[in-house]
Design a protein around this ligand. Structure first.
Ligand SMILES: Cc1cc2nc3c(=O)[nH]c(=O)nc-3n(C[C@H](O)[C@H](O)[C@H](O)COP(=O)(O)O)c2cc1C
Length: 370
């Protein structure tokens, strides 16, 4: 187990115990990260599904706009780098992989008619690669070369070598966990801190095994379970449904050092939330549409929580196959977004969505600070 150093802890300490959650797919702009950091919180960039070059440029922009403040970077762990999946299940000719390809093929067939109706062409099976790397190596190289102060991993657990290499470059390293077992494994690999993600969370659940059913114990229960498993010395950052200063106070009292808030910042002025998503969030907050959130695998092949819409209700048979399903549904999501249709694209949001505020991130951060 790695002991977090005083210097590392200073890097992640902030005036406000609030971190802006990394939100891939648009919402986490460098402007949002800088605004949250300048307001006294920890700003975050979402490094999943963007190139290493774009991420590096965004981080430079955020650091320039928020000098001396902490800006974290979050990376998706691609399947070939995810040690939580047994090696035999990761090999291309394994039974698990063959079954998965068949499920993806069937799901693709079920999307052919919707694709025709939307006037889009679905990717071929050969375009759907379970081993897609998401520019992982280049992102790690950039983290080392530029000594990124705070890096967190989601969707799995990288090897000990990755932790050693980034530690040598002075990075403080976190892992998002959804169970006490994942917490223990993350510390064993060298994590300095843990982001404890409860089922209330918007967006993807970070179960380390992609086919795992996400646990349902509440965030407060999970914090207690993780505390029991790893003790009280490990900094825990709590995530899931934290929308008010009172919510944040509760997780701090439960032993977290900070709250990681996503949905609370989705409607912020600086967020890059696309207009269709934003309008649906507005309607949900106003009580005029999208009253509920639900978990789905339909959009990406990984469990994620969003405003419940027609696509989710129709495609309950989507397989656990990220990133293939994410790529497969790409043209449909893009067409729905372009057409202004909130029923056909992912509208990620947590259970507290009705309390999400509009306005500058600085003001939202103040409403979250106990
Ligand atoms: C739109 C959206 C995108 C997200 N993208 C990421 C991501 O790229 N990486 C990550 O670790 N977590 C991601 N999350 C999950 C957040 O880190 C966090 O766990 C969650 O937002 C907390 O729940 P809340 O939304 O109720 O605050 C995302 C959440 C949302 C709402």
């Amino acid at each position: 187990m790695t002991q977090i150093t005083d210097r590392q802890l200073r890097q992640v300490r902030s005036e406000a115990p609030v971190w802006a959650a990394p939100m891939a797919g648009g919402p986490s702009t460098w402007r949002l990260a800088a605004a949250v950091a300048n307001a006294g919180g920890v700003g975050f960039l979402a490094g999943g599904m963007v190139s290493a070059q774009r991420l590096t440029e965004d981080l430079r922009a955020a650091r320039e706009a928020a000098p001396g403040r902490t800006i974290g970077v979050n990376l998706f762990v691609p399947e070939p780098a995810n040690t939580a999946i047994p090696a035999q299940d990761r090999s291309a000719d394994s039974d698990a992989r063959r079954r998965r390809a068949e499920q993806v093929r069937q799901f693709r067939s079920s999307l052919l008619t919707p694709a025709e109706q939307a006037g889009v062409t679905l990717p071929e099976m050969t375009d759907l690669d379970p081993d897609a790397m998401d520019d992982w190596d280049a992102k790690l190289d950039a983290a080392v070369a530029e000594s990124w102060p705070l890096v967190t991993f989601t969707f799995g657990l990288p090897s000990r070598e990755v932790f050693e290499r980034l530690h040598a470059a002075d990075c403080t390293l976190g892992v998002t966990v959804t169970t006490p077992e994942e917490a223990r494994a993350a510390l064993d690999h060298g994590a300095d801190l843990l982001t404890v993600q409860g089922p209330e969370s918007g967006g993807h659940r970070s179960t380390h095994h992609p086919a795992a059913t996400p646990p349902t114990a509440s965030l407060l229960e999970l914090i207690a379970q993780v505390r029991d498993a790893v003790g009280t010395d490990v900094p825990l950052v709590a995530a899931g449904g934290l929308m008010t200063a009172e919510d944040v106070r509760r997780v701090l009292e439960a032993g977290a050092v900070a709250a990681q808030c996503g949905t609370a910042f989705l409607r912020a002025d600086e967020a890059g939330t696309n207009p269709v998503h934003r309008q649906a969030l507005d309607a949900s907050a106003a009580g005029t549409a999208f009253p509920t959130t639900a978990l789905t695998q339909a959009f990406s092949g990984r469990w994620a929580r969003g405003l419940e819409n027609a696509f989710m209700r129709t495609h309950t048979d989507a397989p656990a196959a990220y990133p293939e399903v994410n790529v497969l549904t790409g043209p449909l999501k893009k067409a729905a977004t372009a057409a202004g249709d909130p029923e056909g694209t992912n509208l990620w949001a947590g259970v507290g969505v009705a309390q999400a505020q509009t306005g500058p991130a600085e003001r939202i951060l103040r409403t979250l600070t106990p």
